[in-house]
Design a protein around this ligand. Structure first.
Ligand code: NAD
Length: 371
């Protein structure tokens, strides 16, 4: 039996409530499967870590994250910590995890469950069954390039500069992530850049073409200008499978794609690092896109689906448990088809439920699907 080591970092606010529902599913898989087992460790992050230890994440928790096969993260932050020293603010815990684990690839799926298709701002036929993965380069590009400054010129005018920089190595490694993902999906990658006006776009296109030839000739690669990609996402989103792009375009395109499919409470994400030279497994952190939602925290109102779907991504992308991930996704779809809704996705005629009722309903569906 294979044992996978998970580190759970619930954090603050609704992170604690939604991670509890993931634990329910881990319990299900541990009791059900005789092939795979999850060993679970927990630690504090964010405001909770600051209250206990005076820092947003301790060195001990970081050491656990380094060793874990995957980290499942809830959310951090809240008004309670608005005045803590800047370097200890709750978000510093998440930033340290991303930096120290060198999580350079951010994965944001846009999935539209048929039961929620009418809640999209696009027509049902455009989004029903949509399943796109945006792969965004997270640690390079214009958000980090130097010089980055605002200077006052001799004539008194001010001039601001941000610098878009990419190296071959940075483009190669993110492109490989996209090809690896496509192989577990529909085998299609669109690479979005602006080679018509940007030198980084020219390099991006050359490197993705080279990596395609040497690393993934079995996957279909299409090049698309990032502005056209934004248009095509609205015109005909189902033409895409995996979209790989830089930090800036990825920031915009991933929000655009995700919001076509509904509420923040439905959106999972993953951040991946380099593969381990021995095992080939990438460092990985899975988290919902939403924050700690202080306005509803502690009330049992949070939608746990974003966090549960993040766990399903861990099953698929860290542990190669595609069938188990499909089961979780199917269980979520069925619960929605039955009309169960948390407040954030409530529609007329549906049944309103709380966090643990939603988690329990998904577990019950899993049990019946796996029976
Ligand atoms: P938020 O995502 O926490 O909440 C925005 C709105 O969406 C709120 O009305 C909230 O109730 C609702 N919402 C979010 N997730 C939901 C869910 N699962 N179910 C139902 N409703 C949900 O964003 P915010 O209010 O801007 O930030 C609150 C705190 O979270 C801040 O301290 C912010 O810094 C932090 N934050 C953390 C992360 C993270 O941990 N990755 C991300 C974003 C914000």
């Amino acid at each position: 039996m294979t044992t996978h080591n998970l580190l759970l970092l619930p954090g603050d606010g609704i992170g604690v409530e939604t991670i509890a529902e993931v634990e329910r599913l881990i319990g299900f898989f541990n009791s059900k499967s005789n092939v795979v087992r999850f060993s679970v460790d927990r630690d504090l992050v964010g405001g909770a870590a600051y209250d206990a230890h005076g820092v947003a994440i301790t060195d001990e928790a970081m050491a656990k994250a380094e060793k874990a096969d995957a980290v499942i993260f809830g959310a951090v932050g809240g008004p309670k910590w608005a005045n803590v020293p800047y370097q200890h603010r709750p978000e510093a815990g998440l930033l340290r995890l991303r930096k120290d684990l060198d999580l350079f690839a951010n994965l944001r799926p846009a999935i539209c469950y048929p039961a929620l298709a009418d809640a999209s701002s696009l027509k049902r036929e455009l989004v029903e069954g949509l399943d796109i993965m945006i792969v965004r380069e997270l640690t390079g590009g214009v958000y980090f390039g130097e010089p980055k400054e605002i200077v006052t010129l001799e004539n008194g005018e001010r001039r601001a500069v941000d610098t878009q920089v990419y190296t071959t190595h940075e483009v190669e490694r993110i492109t490989k992530v996209a090809f690896d993902l496509a192989r577990k999906r529909k085998n299609l990658v669109h690479s979005a850049e602006k080679h018509n006006v940007m030198r980084t776009g020219v390099l991006w296109k050359q490197v993705t073409t080279d990596v395609h030839k040497s690393y993934a000739p079995d996957v279909t690669l299409e090049h698309i200008l990032a502005d056209n990609c934004a248009m095509q996402l609205i015109r005909n989103p189902k033409q895409f499978d995996v979209i790989v792009t830089d930090n800036l375009f990825g920031d915009v395109l991933s929000d655009e794609a995700a919001m076509m499919t509904g509420s923040l409470g439905m959106l999972p994400s993953a951040s991946l690092g380099a593969p381990d030279p021995k095992t080939g497994r990438r460092k990985a952190l899975y988290e919902p896109v939403h924050g700690s939602a202080p306005d509803i925290a502690g009330k049992g109102l949070a939608n746990p689906i974003a966090t549960i779907a993040s766990f399903a991504m861990a099953l698929r992308y860290s542990f190669d448990l595609g069938a188990e991930a499909d089961l979780v996704d199917k269980a979520i779809a069925r619960v929605l088809e039955k009309g169960l809704r948390t407040g954030d996705i409530m529609q007329p005629g549906m049944t309103k439920v709380g966090t643990s009722e939603m988690g329990k309903a998904i577990e019950d569906e899993l049990k019946s699907l796996a029976a």
